[in-house]
Design a protein around this ligand. Sequence first.
Ligand SMILES: NC(=O)c1ccc[n+]([C@@H]2O[C@H](COP(=O)([O-])OP(=O)(O)OC[C@H]3O[C@@H](n4cnc5c(N)ncnc54)[C@H](O)[C@@H]3O)[C@@H](O)[C@H]2O)c1
Ligand SMILES: N[C@H](C(=O)O)[C@H](O)COP(=O)(O)O
Length: 307
Amino acid sequence: MIAVTSGEPAGIGPDLCALLAHERFRDRVVFLGDREVIAARAKLRKVAFVPESVMHVSASAPVVPGRLDAANARYVLAMLDRAISGCRSGEFGAIVTAPVQKSTINEAGVAFTGHTEYLADKTGTARVVMMLVGGRLRVALATTHLPLADVPRAITRESLDVTLRILDHDLRSRFGIAKPRILVAGLNPHAGESGHLGHEEIDVIAPAIDAAVRNGLSVRGPFPADTLFTPRLLEQADAVLAMYHDQGLPVLKHAAFGDAVNVTLGLPIVRTSVDHGTAVDLAGTGVIDTGSLKAAIELAIDLAARR
Ligand SMILES: NC(=O)c1ccc[n+]([C@@H]2O[C@H](COP(=O)([O-])OP(=O)(O)OC[C@H]3O[C@@H](n4cnc5c(N)ncnc54)[C@H](O)[C@@H]3O)[C@@H](O)[C@H]2O)c1
Ligand SMILES: N[C@H](C(=O)O)[C@H](O)COP(=O)(O)O
């Protein structure tokens, strides 16, 4: 059974759950959330509510589509905690997450940067890797949700060694790629221009790549990020490791927004998610695309079957 958390209740998560309750998947799928909230969203979307598709978690406060309310932050986290404990006990084969509003959780006084970091923390996993998969691209990130000013400091030999190891391992074990070819981006323009535009490539990234190669991994780089995502190089890659969120994800989302899936590598459980945010402007109204959540559920089913 696959658990889908319905995410920020003022966003489109409950809409997506109400709509996808009518899809047929290869495994049983349950949507975690407040029954009344999902039923109300089904009504707004003019589809029948499917009560048996919902595993009830009570909202903390009344929900108004499009109106963020920090009073429901604990509800959002309670859904995640329920899904994590169900995964750990074997009740669920995987967690799929609809989007959360990170700012609202912080406004409720809970330091929260993303599902990725929350899941790492809650499962006691020292390091995980965010990878988005879409079209023919797989883009993993060396750093995730942190201010741009903090990125260079967060890219260390240790962090890159572990990230490359997790990426290689999970591409083999979860994605069935016998010898994953990983291309690594530089951090600075033109990958540092031989040290004239930054030193991270020389001091940190290239030595981490050399060490990975010595350990038998197929890793090349650092490549200038501006031309790394061109067809000639991408043909030679099973995954690209970007140094930071907005170096890698805009490329992937440009290529595949609406169909891409976010996967957390390195966790003891299977977790996938959508490629989009809470879209509070569209909650309960407007045209929404269910493609990414559907793809996230399908990938979670595949990954859970391979464990
Ligand atoms: N997996 C997650 O939990 C996740 C992922 C990304 C962003 N977020 C969070 O979502 C919040 C809002 O982020 P944002 O405004 O940068 O991005 P967003 O994806 O919510 O919105 C960007 C644009 O895309 C549109 N859009 C998004 N999903 C859509 C869908 N399924 N169908 C049709 N249109 C869609 C929105 O209406 C908006 O115009 C932030 O708090 C962010 O951190 C969460
Ligand atoms: N970085 C993701 C994206 O841009 O799609 C998103 O913020 C979700 O991250 P989590 O899965 O860690 O919440």
